[in-house]
Design a protein around this ligand. Sequence first.
Ligand code: NDP
Length: 329
Amino acid sequence: MKKFYDSDANSDVFRNERVAIIGYGIQGRSQALNLRDSGADVVIGNIRDHYYERIEKDGFRSVPLKDIAKNVTLIMLLIPDQAQKEIFDSYIVPHIQEGSLLVVAHGYSLYFKQLSVPENIDVALLAPRMPGIPIREKYLEGSGVPAFVDIYKDATGNAWERVLALGKGLGFTRAGMMHVTVEEETEIDLFIEQFYLPLVIHSARLSFDLLVKEGFSPESTLMELYASGELGELLLLSAKKGIYEVWKDQASPTCQYGIARALHKGFPKDALEDYAKKVIEEIRNKSFLKDLMEEADKGYSKLNKYNELNSDSLLAKTQKKVSEFLHSC
Ligand code: NDP
């Protein structure tokens, strides 16, 4: 697997680009600020006025979407994935300059062939493995966050050079960029969102509900589950040491044996694996895509209902008390 660091990128290439960032949300704002601090000429395109004040306050020029593609060489599409098709096809395609570079931060729109990509432009994936706040904070500290990178289309013959220079401007080559294909990045990302994260959240909820039913106090249960921060710290350590090694170093034999015994004996592994296979199948056969599109068309009515149910739960209500306790510590 190829990996890229600062020394692999030539920043001079990137300083010749005029950059348009479309979307000023979680990714858009941090990436715009980092690029400007690295010397790029950046303008922002945003569909609604929601973030207009923040764009102005941050000192960027806001350009109407209908004009955004006219005078730039590099376009970063940093709006929610399911909204990219409409914005790209309506506003970017009619005006995009020959030889421009289009960059997405997640492979979704390319993997599901959502965009009508013109023949004469470069297209790349530059997918940071972190949300916007650490992207900005680490850049300011002099480090960066890691990213996956791939070239989807190289019309100019310079797409790699351009995207590596962009990654350097964003601070990603300080941590390292890995060559991961659009297909791989999209499937892994969606799989983690649809199997691994729900599994973590579900096991927290199941444990909470069961232990409270067994008579334990909601607050102490939540503290033990994740609110004390111990689990988060151990997972952070496992990023450096390894998910098995961290317990060897940090946990008592009772804890270590308890974990090992459950992993090797108790877990319903076959049922979990069957479900995991179903998740990846639904990503590949586009059932998830179809479902998400319908949900977006209905204004995320199911999602809003699920969110309401979650915030009505005893777990969510206990969180408020635990947060107050932690705040006063
Ligand atoms: P956000 O949800 O933060 O995007 C918000 C921005 O998109 C705002 O500027 C908003 O405009 C605009 N927007 C929202 N809906 C629409 C719409 N229907 N049409 C046009 N513009 C719209 O997105 P993220 O920053 O989270 O994601 C951007 C990209 O980065 C995605 O491809 C995502 O997969 C990827 N990514 C995200 C990560 C993350 O941590 N969030 C991590 C890695 C990649 P307004 O203010 O006017 O509402």
